[in-house]
Design a protein around this ligand. Sequence first.
Ligand SMILES: [Ca+2]
Length: 305
Amino acid sequence: MQMKLNRMSVSLRNARSQISVLQGRLEGLNLLNMENVQSMVDRRVENITGTVNRLSSTCNTQCAVQNSPQFLLAPRNCSDYNVLETRKNGVYRVTPDPRNGTFEVFCEMESYGGGWTVIQQRLDGSVSFNRTWTEYKKGFGNLRGEFWLGNDHIHLLTKAKDMTLRIELEDFEGVREYAKYDQFYVANEFLHYRLSISGYSGTAGNAISFNKHFNHDQKFFSTPDLDNDMYPSGNCGAYYSSGWWFDACMSANLNGKYYHKRYKGVRNGIFWGTWHNMSTEYYPTNYRQAFKTVKMMIRPKNYAP
Ligand SMILES: [Ca+2]
């Protein structure tokens, strides 16, 4: 009896190890194919979403009642909470894409017309932005303080709806300026979170698309440990200690190091190339501009406060 049991347990163990080998191979195959299938489905869903949006925007008052409840069930971003008459700043849960679960975001509901989902904030330098690809992917920091919301989350939010981006900047003299972009989209990880951004207006200047040689539009995301930038002889992310949609390398970088006052040397601080006194900087004799606060936030293009 004991021998039989032993024999059986040995063959069970063998079977189990064979199963796990097969499982590993299957997963490999599945992953390969699933990525293709997923991007195909994503494209289809995007097309259908576009059609549905067009149809629902042609709806008049008769169909408004049927449309509103589904938005109320699962707010996709902070602007949906504004519909619910929740108009207080704070942390809320959003579901931009039901297939990818829910996550928490900080909602700016009281200023700039409200309904803003904050994707990045700098306040005091308490959180390092010198982080890895994986950290920028997942997000880091504290939603009530300094943070990066995470590239996967930003992708889902900007994929679900046409979004505008608002950037608020403040220097240590208390000067506040802003930049707004009518269109803001971040692609998925397979496309290295490529940035699509256009339609500037504001007071801070268009540092994102500065000129032919410095343009962050359509650039991939790079981090100190993963170089997807346009600079052939080095890694901008490593050089400037941050993750960003680097060109070769930059006219803007809001994820640079937090300096509490102006500084000298490598311009690895928070940087906005069109800031008013930026042109007086001259390396290496002059000081570099430092910023006190930065906030990046997004809201649906069709939002009406
Ligand atoms: Ca490079």
